[in-house]
Design a protein around this ligand. Structure first.
Ligand code: GRG
Length: 292
């Protein structure tokens, strides 16, 4: 394994252990909510947002212990969004993270509630994190609330754009919100925990914004170039839903060039951070090259 693979493997292990501690056990309650939460959260997933939070925080000198609960909270919000995104009223998908979607397994009402409770549990986790000062906790809660609200806004814009022809600027606004906001929030939260200064926080924000766009462009590319089996979610959905994507607006080759440009912008921003930024460069490379 190379350095990045080792980092990711460690992250997945530590974050999954934290999530396992935070989320109630399936036996703890007489209802099926904990089982539904666990079904979706502990189903794998790349754990990219938690990894980014840890990478940025550790680069600025924060301990892993101080970052882990926030990283887990990011993943809970992300998973809630996936559960709700898969619902019949939204993307209506049967397949996520290589298994049945939450509503297919537990029914629609339970899936809605599992998403809801993952969201509230994420904020509770931040509010109660005894490794952090009260001041930092409040900053993190505000950061997560803003990121999650932007994500919801982006989802609404995305739904309203379905079947319409939109301009590239609109597409970018949708994705800066829907996908980019949580990626940006994860990176900024790591920096906040580490006590990064204003200039450092700005550089991290610029890096993560480009990374968020890169993530979405590669997502659009994978939707047309990869199989459902490899992705663990239904491939080819964007064209079916008549969604405007980087591929539908630009074609495959041009979309790849846009991905390379977003990658270059993300890496270029790292020059403004006077720390060892290699891992962040590698994370951007991982997103550019990802196969799922
Ligand atoms: C329903 C509130 C609400 C929001 C939905 C996240 C989202 C907003 C929709 C998901 C649809 C989608 C495919 C978005 C593109 C980018 C994205 C967030 C992909 C999924 O994230 P990954 O690839 O998934 O990190 P894993 O499973 O690896 O965590």
């Amino acid at each position: 394994m190379n350095g990045l693979e080792i980092f990711f493997a460690e992250c997945v292990k530590a974050v999954d252990a934290e999530l396992d501690k935070i989320i109630p056990s399936a036996e703890s309650e007489p209802n099926r909510l904990p089982a539904a939460m666990r079904w979706s959260v502990l189903a794998g997933g790349k754990r990219f947002r938690p990894a980014l939070c840890l990478a940025v925080g550790e680069m600025f000198g924060a301990s892993r212990k101080s970052l882990l609960k926030t990283a887990a909270a990011m993943e809970m919000i992300h998973t809630y969004s996936l559960i709700h995104d898969d619902l019949p009223a939204m993307d209506d998908d049967d397949w996520r993270r290589g298994r049945a979607t939450c509503h297919k397994k537990f029914g629609e009402a339970t899936a809605i509630l599992a998403g809801d409770v993952l969201q509230t549990l994420a904020f509770q986790t931040l509010a109660e994190d005894a490794n952090l000062s009260a001041e930092v906790r409040v900053k993190l809660i505000a950061e997560l609330a803003k990121s999650a609200a932007k994500m919801v806004d982006g989802q609404q814009m995305d739904l309203e754009a379905e079947g319409k022809s939109i301009r590239i600027e609109e597409l970018e606004t949708i994705h800066r919100n829907k996908t980019g906001a949580m990626i940006c929030g994860a990176a900024r939260s790591g920096a906040i925990i580490a006590g990064a200064n204003e200039a450092e926080l700005n550089a991290v924000t610029n890096y993560a914004e480009s990374l968020g766009l890169l993530f979405q462009i590669t997502d659009d590319l994978l939707d047309v170039t990869q199989t459902t089996e490899v992705l663990g979610k239904t491939a080819g959905k964007d064209a079916k839903a008549e969604k405007a994507t980087y591929v539908s607006l630009y074609g495959l080759d041009e979309a790849r060039k846009l991905a390379e440009a977003a990658h270059a912008r993300a890496c270029g921003e790292l020059k403004n951070i006077e720390k060892e930024t290699n891992l962040l460069r590698e994370l951007a490379g991982f997103i550019l090259e990802r196969r799922k």
